[in-house]
Structure formats: C-alpha cells, structure tokens
Write a new protein. Sequence first.
Length: 409
Amino acid sequence: MKLIIIGGGPAGLMCASICSKNKNNEVILLDGNEKLGKKLYITGKGRCNLSNLCEEEEFLKNVVRNEKFLYGILNTFSPKDAVTFFENNGLKTKVERGNRVFPESDKASDVTRVFERICTKNGVKINLNSLVKSVKKGENNFVVTTQKDKFLCDVVVVATGGKSYSLTGSTGDGFSFAKSFSHSIVEPKPALVPIVLKDYRGENLSGLALKNVLVTVKLKNKKFSEFGEMLFTHTGVSGPAVLTLSSLITREDLTGAKLSIDLKPALSASQLNDRLIRDFSNFKTKIFKNYLKELLPSSLISEFIYKGKFDEKIPVCDITKEMRLKIIDLIKNFDYTIKNLDSFDCAIVTSGGVDIKEINPKNMESKKVKNLFFVGEVLDLDALTGGFNIQIALSTGYVAGKFLLEMGG
C-alpha cells in the first residue's frame, strides 16, 4: 500500500513512524520546508515542550474546544505513552513546572532526530522542499502534485498544520485540500496570541512584565478572567494570562470589548482603601508621583497618572477622599479597549480547521472520502499552552498511523 503524508511536523512524523513499521506500506513524507519539524524548533522557547504529563481529566480541561473528540484518542496514545515512546527511542526527557515535558537536552532538534531515525530505519522516503499544490481523487487512487513532481498513492494523510507561524510552512494549505473534498472548515482564527489595544501608549510600557495580576476581558454579555503573569508590548499585551484569554475569546465578537487589569487582586477595594489611608499618613510630605513607587512598578507610574488624569505633583497630604477612591478604582480596573487579536504570524496555534464531525476519531479517517486522513493542527482542535497542542498532534498522528499499520496487511 502506498501512502503519502503531507507535512513533517509532529503529527505527520508520528504517523509516518508508526505506519512505516509495516513493510507492506510504502510511505512517502512530503514537506515544503528545508528541514523536518520546523515548528518544533520554536515551541517551548526553542526547547520543545513536547507534552504535558498530567492526568487525562486535567489534560482535557486545557483543551479549549472539542475535548470530547479526544477521549478515545488520548486513551490510545496518552502523554505517558508519548514519554515512553521518546524514552524507548533514545530521547531522555524531564518534567518541569506545570507537568511540562521537555527533552533533557533542551534541544528541539533532538526530538526531530528521533523521528528521522525511525523513518530512515523503516524506509520512509522523505522529500523536503516539496510543497504540495493539490490533492485529487482518481478512480482507484489519489494524485498528489507538488511544484516539481506528481505522485499516485492509495492513502493520503494531511498533516499540514494550521495557519499559525506561517514562516514555518503553516499557510492553511490543508484547509484548501479539505475543501476540495467537500469538507467543512470551521473558520480559522489566531489563538494563543497577543492582544492589540486601542489608545495605547506602548512606548511607555513595552517590556513591562507584571506577576500575580487578574486580567479580564469584558464582552457585551460575558467576561473571561485569568490570573497570572502578563507582559506589555509595543502594540498591547501578551504573556501567559493574556495568551490564555486570547484562545477563549478568539471566536467572540470583540466589538467594544475591554481588557481590564486588577493590579492588586489579593486586596479587596476595602483593604486597599485601608492601606492607602495608612500610607498617606506615613508619607504626608511626598508628592503623589514619588509615593506611587511604594504601590506600583516604576514603569507603570506615568501611565497610571495619565489614565487617571491625576496631578502628579500634589502632596500626599492634600489627596482628597474622592481622589483616593479614584486611585483604588484604577488599581482594580486598569482598562483598555481591545482593538483586535494579533495576526496568525504571532499566534502559537490555530483555532478552527477541518470540522471534527466529519472525522472518525477511531482512526482519523475522513467520513466523506475513504483513505483520506487528517491529523494535528489542521483539525478544529486547540488547547492552552503547556505541551497540550503538541500532544494532540502526536496522539492524532499515532491513531492514524496505528490504523494504517494494521491496514497495510
């Protein structure tokens, strides 16, 4: 049986590694890049956060959409199975904060080499710089055309990724292939992406990181909140808490949406009021701008004064109750209007893709076209940061690969 796998990311590489164990399978892997696993090199800040070793229930809580589709898939190839797979193939791993799994070497290239060794050993033909232009169905086979070659095959596995980080080759081609076979595509949106703000003075704030803050996005009829770390950028905000929120709101109507930061979530408004009264008594002679160093990071002070329209030179002893309450309100609600989410080029993953209702979760085969399979980020599956998205790619790739291994006779 001749198989073409389109895409050399984690899903495609896992599928190729498994199905090629059957010597009756002739496996050809096509990738448009100059090297395999290109996107793996930028995950986990270059260290490749390849999975998350938490329990299945916790894992599924970190899947933003269509987690039920993954029940059987994760049972077939779990995070523990992924770690065992890599360890058995010579890659030592380690588990860090939040159950994140990394190669012990901290090198993404070592993860790719595991797959390359397996594929080479099993006789997989790897064609790099082979960008697929079209996939068509003949009477008894598929015709896969690249910019320089044409392949006939019995099976096609689409593992092209989504649209995030297009420089790594994720340009949305897989969605076009799926559409050509009448598959429904849930509109792709950037996820795990910075949020761009309106009326934002990035020159004053860019590079400022805040810890232990509560970030809330307020929409017309709902709101989403996330506690943790965030970062101010030239155009808006990023960091773990913001990236999580971006995935939760990427399919929402952001017209009039507000992003609000509670700078002191550990203190209620009443507790904050008591603290300011004490502080104002202790720092009577200080001017307001200098006092704020006791309360806020230095880089935030000028923006805080600007947003509150405060007199920065007023002595603390002259601050009125009205001004004190305004200070408290701004600390608890440091607001901006959201302009939009940043582009796909800044997104870690794609939200949306091939509708999972049209895919059989037992083997990843299309319900519309026999012997056509979809794995990885090309599917309408996305999760939060922490190794969950790569694990989804590995698990879906494994499930398809196992079926094709057995199907090969």
